[in-house]
Design a protein around this ligand. Structure first.
Ligand code: ADP
Length: 254
């Protein structure tokens, strides 16, 4: 499996060492008078896998939406792979989105397309120069990488939740983004299936893609011993380095 991921990684993902892939400087985001994020500062380095935890309503989804410019901050700066997302014009959002793969809790596959077509479409939407044949081949490579090389012709409804999430991961990395963000990617899955998806995310990070995962899955966060960012009421109350996480990290969350 890993040999295929090596082809999925953007060649300059590692070259960018020295510059953070994600940088939040004093980021505040308000919805009306409610502060969803309050003066948040952090950086993610190339190839880093970090978890974002905290109770419901803490601001996790808002933080992820600021990364791919679904939202803009009320105050502060959001830098993504050298792009100033906080002041990015709508006409340049596509440039940013090419750099950010996204995985959702509920997969969001297009129901009338096969697994292969779902992945290939993500490639062609971003780059009209990619021929149908190339898109098909690269989509099959990506499906192979996530362990679904033989399910390219399956429709989403013919796949289990875990398999659909694997297709969604393949779709998210097909354009070799330097960054992958995932919002509760294991939220609808049983524990064993959740571990399979987590293994995939670790493999992806191992090949140089920065991965940020918002999750409530205590077992995965405590066992993996990766960096953990904890949000409570919109404030980043803890930033625990890899190797220093444990059950106590969860005292701050529900
Ligand atoms: P989480 O993902 O950690 O559950 P969210 O980022 O979804 O947190 O929400 C953070 C806070 O912002 C919550 O208080 C939520 O109610 C509020 N919020 C989120 N989206 C909106 C919105 N579109 N309009 C108003 N308030 C919102």
């Amino acid at each position: 499996m890993p040999y295929v991921f090596s082809r999925l990684v953007r060649p300059d993902a590692r070259k960018a060492q020295g510059r953070p892939l994600v940088e939040f400087n004093g980021v505040t985001r308000a919805y009306g008078s409610r502060l969803a994020l309050d003066e948040v500062d952090f950086r993610l380095e190339p190839g880093e896998l970090a978890f974002l935890v905290g109770p419901s309503g803490a601001g996790k989804t808002t933080l992820l939406k600021l990364i791919n410019r679904e939202l803009r901050p009320t105050q502060g700066e959001v830098w993504i792979d050298g792009i100033a997302a906080h002041e990015l014009k709508a006409s340049r959002v596509a440039e940013l989105r090419r750099r950010v793969g996204v995985v959702f809790q509920d997969y969001k596959l297009l129901p009338r397309l096969t697994a292969r077509e779902n992945v290939a479409l993500a490639l062609q939407v971003g780059d009209l120069r990619v021929s149908d044949r190339e898109a098909r081949e690269r989509a099959l490579d990506a499906l192979d990488a996530v362990g679904l090389g033989d399910r390219g012709d399956s429709m989403p409804h013919e796949l289990s939740g875990g398999q659909q999430q694997r297709v969604a991961v393949a779709r998210a990395v097909i354009r070799k983004p330097p960054l992958l963000i995932a919002d509760e990617p294991t939220g609808n899955l049983d524990m064993e299936t959740a571990w399979g998806i987590t293994d995939l995310l670790e493999d992806i990070a191992a090949f140089g893609i920065t991965v940020l995962v918002a999750t409530h899955n205590i077992e995965i966060v405590t066992r993996l011993q990766r960096r953990v960012l904890t949000l409570v009421n919109g404030r980043l109350v803890r930033d625990q380095p890899a190797g220093q996480t444990g059950r106590m990290a969860w005292l701050a969350s529900s």
